[in-house]
Design a protein around this ligand. Structure first.
Ligand code: H79
Length: 426
């Protein structure tokens, strides 16, 4: 699908969760609440009239859209998705719908405007997250059971009075929006989801809609939060992933994934044809935590060198054996072998079941040719592809070997048997 082209090539995006909850950082009235800090209004059952006072002190003087966008580019991300409105209902943009927005804080600036402008200046796709079902500030929105009587709730009214006008604002006032990222559709009726999807495309036909619009109405499949599928999935998909254990800023959580872990996830996701949307949660001053920046900068440096093996790649065939040494990504005839853990292979990488003939094998970093051979053992009907790599020039993060085949390789695996009784099921 034309609209998805940029998305499928991007493979790596930056998610930014930022809102009033950043002021609390996971703590309320001296108590630390576990789980996503952006959920604190609900997990601590904070009354709306109390929570909204956070707007009176929201003044992130260090916020600099230019800096965030430059960081995102340095991380190697190809799109940026910003929480324009999360479940707490607070708009991080100028809205005519209510005064519960960032322009009615001491800060008074439209963050969506500044970010969208900076993204455009730097050629980064700008996307917005919008919580369409849950809205804890609105008696007719979903999720706030401690302030409002669910029996009096009229979701259609909320949909007409807040969701549609705000989606219209987001898709009218900020230029081209790459994608609108909906969340938690729960039991929203299909007709309303379909109406919302059509509404988005009536305003911006090229705007991608993520899977959490519900009912398969989105342009791609959204995997669960922090969930990576086992096998290659046909069709575009994306996994949103936290870098620590929360989406919003936390005062205490320093459990950052290592750069290598993020990179492995990115390789894994890319090999299965998906995108990784890695998250950061800036603090109340508008600063992206140093721990996040350190980790993602290291991934970015790796991508600077090896980005070819990630961006624009396609799903690889599901090869029948585990690749304990790493994994593979590729596009058509080109395959990139990622040597992530060479502790078991010592200079000789063997892959079974590739029957397709290879024409060249090189180190991606230097272009140096590597010796390889392909063998076949008749009685076992087993093909082997063997490449010798230099053990003295390994990259600590990942040594990438670029192999070119005569055609896109597919696994030769029909001899394998499946099922308890050993009968072939395929
Ligand atoms: O925006 C991020 C999350 O806030 C949102 N999706 C990502 C992208 C999300 N909405 N719902 N959920 C995630 C699942 C909710 C899990 C919960 Fe909990 C378990 C809510 C209450 C219990 C986690 C733990 C959040 C608060 C405590």
């Amino acid at each position: 699908m034309e609209r998805l082209k940029w998305f499928e090539e991007a493979r790596y995006g930056l998610f930014i969760h930022w809102g009033l909850y950043a002021e609390l950082g996971g703590e309320w009235a001296g108590v630390h609440y576990p789980g996503g800090t952006e959920w604190i209004m609900r997990t601590a059952r904070i009354p709306f009239e109390t929570y909204r006072k956070l707007a009176l002190s929201f003044n992130p003087l260090s916020f600099d859209a230019e800096d965030w966008v430059k960081k995102a580019l340095g991380f190697g991300c190809r799109y940026l998705c910003f929480t324009a409105k999360h479940h707490d209902g607070f708009a991080m943009f100028d809205t005519a719908v209510s005064d519960y927005s960032i322009v009615h804080t001491p800060f008074g600036r439209d963050v969506v405007k500044e970010l969208s402008d900076a993204c455009r200046r730097h050629g980064l796709k700008f996307c917005v997250y919008y919580s369409q079902m849950q809205d804890w500030a609105d008696p007719d929105g979903d999720g706030n059971t401690w302030d409002y009587d669910p029996k009096k709730k009229d979701f259609r009214r909320y949909f007409e009075n807040k969701v549609k006008p705000q989606v219209r604002e987001l898709l009218s006032n900020y230029g081209e929006i790459g994608m609108i990222w909906f969340d938690t559709p729960y039991d929203m009726p299909r007709e309303l989801c379909a109406e919302l999807a059509a509404f988005v495309h009536s305003l911006q036909p090229d705007c991608v809609i993520n899977g959490r619009i519900g009912y398969g109405l989105g342009d791609y499949r959204q995997m669960g939060d922090n969930e990576i599928p086992m096998l290659a999935y046909r069709g575009a998909w994306e996994t949103p992933m936290t870098l620590n254990n929360t989406w919003g800023y936390s005062k205490t959580d320093q459990n950052w994934k290592t750069p290598k872990k993020v990179m492995k996830m990115l390789i894994d996701v890319a090999s299965k044809g998906g995108n990784l949307l890695i998250n950061v949660g800036p603090d109340a001053n508008g600063v992206i935590p140093a721990g996040s920046v350190r980790a993602l900068d290291a991934v970015g440096s790796w991508l600077q060198k090896y980005g070819k093996s990630i961006y624009g790649t396609e799903p690889c065939a599901d090869f029948p054996y585990q690749m304990r040494w790493g994994g593979m990504t590729g596009r058509g005839k080109k395959v990139y072998l990622h040597l992530l853990d060479v502790s078991e292979i010592h200079g000789r990488l063997k892959i079974c079941n590739i029957e397709t003939k290879a024409t060249s094998c090189r180190l991606l970093s230097t272009g140096e040719e590597l010796p390889f051979r392909q063998t076949y053992e008749l009685a076992r009907d087993e093909y082997r592809f063997i490449v010798e790599y230099p053990t003295d020039r390994l990259d600590d993060m990942d040594t990438v070997i670029a192999v070119e085949f005569e055609e896109a390789p597919v696994p030769h695996s029909l001899y394998m048997t499946f099922g308890r009784d050993g009968r072939t099921e395929i």
